[in-house]
Ligand binder design. Structure first.
Ligand SMILES: *[C@@H]1O[C@H](CO)[C@@H](O)[C@H](O)[C@H]1NC(C)=O
Length: 271
């Protein structure tokens, strides 16, 4: 077999094994959806472009549209011819970069109106288009924390309205929850109270990158248990004391009367 023939056979076999063959461009946005951006900070969307060895990117377009609403109009943020490394968008704070296998969209000074559905469209050298989409929302601070009790299940449930990525934690009388007080569920939302009766202050604290907020459930004061233990310790001591005094008094009386008897006996003898 001649070498050239062998090589071309091998190359075509390889191309068959490549899932997309020669003509199959794919794009996907790397960011985890939905992307949350803190107002005033930078929105950075990254996308990977994969294409066959004979394909070429001829242009990249990023578009925006509102996530909901009546007018589903797409606004073009930037259209860039392939291979140009950097290209400006329609606004001075919008920048698009294009690399060998990736493209990024940057929006500096993000504001609430930038939230929505972003669409990336990549066009290959033959004019075939491939798209990927991504939802972008504003990163919101923690709102309206509340604690409710589920009496039948001895659980306290922490609620939070619409903050982004809330993290829950619990305190009892301003201290971390110990095993003698209860157990916190994996997601942190529920506290199963093992302490009976349920007493004291239970605080749920919800936090995210922008701050924290808390709410407290107040049960009956916990002093009852304190008094109980004091009574349990003090009572036996008192009983012992009283018993001891009584025993002493009895013992003294007994000794006196014995002495009296002996005195009588002595007197009798001498008489
Ligand atoms: C209490 O919790 C249980 C278990 O999670 C649930 O099935 C029940 O509906 C809850 N009761 C109330 C009043 O929320």
């Amino acid at each position: 077999m001649d070498l050239h023939y062998f090589l071309s056979w091998k190359v075509s076999l390889l191309l068959l094994l490549v899932p997309c063959g020669l003509q199959c461009m794919s794009v996907h946005i790397v960011n985890q959806e939905p992307v949350h951006v803190i107002p005033g900070q930078q929105l950075l969307l990254k996308a990977r472009i994969e294409h066959g060895p004979l394909e070429e990117v001829s242009s990249v377009t990023w578009e925006w549209e509102a996530e909901t609403g009546i007018t589903q109009e797409r606004v073009t943020l930037a259209t860039c011819p392939g291979r140009s490394l950097k290209c400006a968008g329609i606004r001075p704070n919008v920048h698009v970069n294009i690399g060998e296998q990736e493209t990024t969209l940057e929006i500096n000074g993000y504001n609430a109106a930038d939230g929505g559905l972003y669409t990336l469209t990549v066009t290959d050298h033959r004019g075939a288009k491939t798209s990927a989409q991504c939802i972008v929302r504003e990163y919101e601070e923690v709102h309206h924390v509340s604690v409710s009790i589920n009496v039948s299940h001895s659980t306290l449930v922490c609620g939070e309205a619409w903050g982004t990525d809330p993290h829950f934690s619990w305190l009892h009388e301003r201290a971390a929850i110990t095993n003698s007080v209860g157990r916190v569920s994996k997601d942190g939302i529920t506290l199963l109270v093992t302490k009976t009766p349920i007493c004291g202050h239970f605080t749920c604290m919800v936090s995210n990158k922008l701050g924290h907020s808390s709410a407290t459930y107040t049960a009956a004061p916990c002093e009852a248990e304190g008094r109980g233990t004091t009574a349990a310790v003090v009572c036996p001591i008192l009983l012992l004391l009283v018993g001891g005094v009584l025993a002493f008094v009895l013992w003294r009386r007994h000794r006196h009367s014995n002495r009296g008897e002996r005195l009588h006996e002595h007197l009798d003898d001498t008489i």
